[in-house]
Design a protein around this ligand. Structure first.
Ligand SMILES: Cc1ncc(COP(=O)(O)O)c(C=O)c1O
Length: 388
C-alpha cells in the first residue's frame, strides 16, 4: 500500500530534482543520434564496424550457416551453448596466447562477473583510480576489501599492498579509456609478485592496436603468463560487440559457475558470435596496426600541446580543458568545422580535468587528421594552450 502523502508525483519530483542538478552543473547526459561529421569520437579505431570488406566476409560466412537461429534461446548453461561458440572461444584463446577464453555479452558484463565473483570475503581488490565503471561496479558487488591507488603510481599501489589481507587482486587497464595512457604493466607485475598478488588487466582499448597483430599490450610486453586474467572486448577495435575473459581453464570453470552476469543472462546470438569470429580473422589478414600508429604519430607531431595533451601512444588523445562549459564550447566549435569530437565532463572525470577526447581511426584520412590537429591549435590554443 502506498504510504500516506507519497504519490507517484513525488517520485517524479525527486528524480527531476536530480536531473535538474545535473543540468545546472552543465553535465546532463542526453542521447543523440549519430551525425554526419567526421568521426573522431567512436571506438571503431580500425574502421572494422564500417568496413565494406569485413561486412562482405560476414555475409559470405553467414551463407555457410543457412539454418542459424536468430536468438540463442537461453543462457550458456541452459539452451544457449553450442559448438560454434566454444570453437570461437578456443580461437580467441589461441590468438591471445591464453589457455582459455569465456565469452560474455559485453565488456561491462565480463568485468562485473569477474570482479564480483573472484575475490572472496577478507580478500582485497586494489584498483587504479581511473579504472572503468564496470570494474568499480563489479568490485562493489564483491564482499572483498577494496582500495584504489593513485593513477599509475607504483608507490601508492605498494602502500595499499602493505595494508591488504587475504588473496590480493590488482586491477588495471592496459590502455586507459579516459586518458589513453598506459599502465606500467611490467612494474605492476614485478610488484604483484613480491606480494603474491594476482594481476587482472582490462585490454578493452589495447586489443587490435598493440602487440603482434593486435594481441594486446600484455602480449606486447611478454606478460601473458604473469597476468592472472585479461578482459578483451569486441566492441572497440574489433568493431562488433561482446567480450571475453582470458585465463586458465580453472578460471574459466570458476566463472561458468560463479560469475552471475554469465550464468543468469541469455547468451549472445549466433550472428553476434559470427561477426566477432570474422573480425578476429580480418585482424590477422592485414597490417592494421601500422596505419593507426602512423595516424597517431601525425596527430601528436602537429598538436604538440605539452602538458595539456595527456601522454598517450594510443588512438585516444586527450586535451584537458578545465570546466564543463569550456570543454563543451570547444567541442561545439570543432563540430562547426565538421569534426565530431566529444567533451568528457565532470562527474565522468574529476572536476577541473574536463577534456576533449579525440579518437583517431584508420578511416580518418591523413588530411582529416592534419586539419583537425591544426584546428585544435587555433580553437583550443587561446583557451588552454596559450602558455605553451
Ligand atoms: C576499459 C573498458 N572496459 C570495459 C568496457 C565495457 O565494455 P563494453 O562496452 O563491451 O560493455 C569499456 C567500455 O567503454 C571500457 O572502456
Amino acid at each position: 500500500m502506498r504510504p500516506k502523502n507519497l504519490t507517484t508525483n513525488d517520485h517524479e519530483k525527486s528524480i527531476h530534482q536530480r536531473l535538474h542538478s545535473r543540468w545546472a552543473a552543465g553535465s546532463l547526459r542526453q542521447l543523440s543520434i549519430s551525425n554526419s561529421l567526421i568521426d573522431f569520437s567512436s571506438n571503431d579505431y580500425l574502421g572494422f564496424a564500417r568496413s565494406a570488406e569485413l561486412k562482405a566476409q560476414f555475409e559470405d560466412s553467414l551463407k555457410e550457416h543457412p539454418h542459424f537461429q536468430l536468438g540463442s534461446t537461453g543462457s550458456r548453461l541452459l539452451a544457449g551453448n553450442d559448438r560454434f561458440t566454444e570453437a570461437l572461444e578456443n580461437e580467441i584463446a589461441a590468438f591471445h596466447l591464453a589457455e582459455s577464453a569465456l565469452i560474455f555479452n559485453s565488456g561491462y558484463d565480463a568485468n562485473l562477473g569477474l570482479l564480483s565473483s573472484l575475490p572472496q570475503r577478507k580478500d582485497t581488490i586494489i584498483a587504479d583510480e581511473l579504472v572503468h565503471a564496470s570494474i568499480i561496479d563489479g568490485a562493489r558487488l564483491s564482499y572483498a576489501n577494496r582500495f584504489m591507488f593513485r593513477h599509475n603510481d607504483l608507490h601508492s599501489l605498494e602502500q595499499k599492498l602493505k595494508r591488504s589481507t587475504g588473496k590480493i587482486y590488482i586491477v588495471v587497464e592496459s590502455i586507459y579509456s579516459m586518458d589513453g595512457d598506459e599502465a606500467p604493466l611490467m612494474e605492476i607485475c614485478n610488484l604483484a609478485e613480491r606480494y603474491a598478488a594476482a594481476v587482472l588487466v582490462d585490454e578493452a582499448h589495447a586489443v587490435g592496436l598493440f602487440g603482434n597483430q593486435g594481441r594486446g599490450l600484455v602480449e606486447e610486453k611478454g606478460l601473458n603468463d604473469r597476468v592472472f586474467a585479461r578482459t578483451v572486448t569486441f566492441g572497440k577495435a574489433l568493431g562488433t560487440h561482446g567480450a571475453a575473459i582470458l585465463g586458465s581453464n580453472i578460471l574459466r570453470s570458476f566463472l561458468v559457475n560463479f560469475a552471475r552476469s554469465f550464468v543468469y543472462s541469455t547468451a549472445a546470438s549466433f550472428t553476434s558470435h559470427l561477426a566477432t569470429k570474422v573480425a578476429y580473422h580480418f585482424l590477422t589478414q592485414y597490417d592494421h596496426q601500422s596505419a593507426i600508429h602512423q595516424r597517431i604519430n601525425l596527430f601528436k607531431s602537429i598538436v604538440n600541446a605539452g602538458d595539456q595533451l595527456v601522454k598517450s601512444r594510443s588512438p585516444i588523445q586527450m586535451i584537458i580543458i578545465p570546466g564543463n562549459q569550456e570543454a563543451k564550447n570547444a567541442a561545439k566549435e570543432l563540430s562547426h568545422l565538421g569534426f565530431d569530437v566529444r567533451p568528457i565532463l565532470s562527474p565522468s572525470v574529476k572536476t577541473g580535468s574536463e577534456r576533449l577526447r579525440i579518437c583517431l581511426h584508420n578511416h580518418n584520412s591523413l588530411e582529416e587528421i592534419e586539419q583537425l590537429a591544426l584546428s585544435l591549435k587555433t580553437i583550443v590554443s587561446p583557451r588552454v594552450l596559450g602558455t605553451n
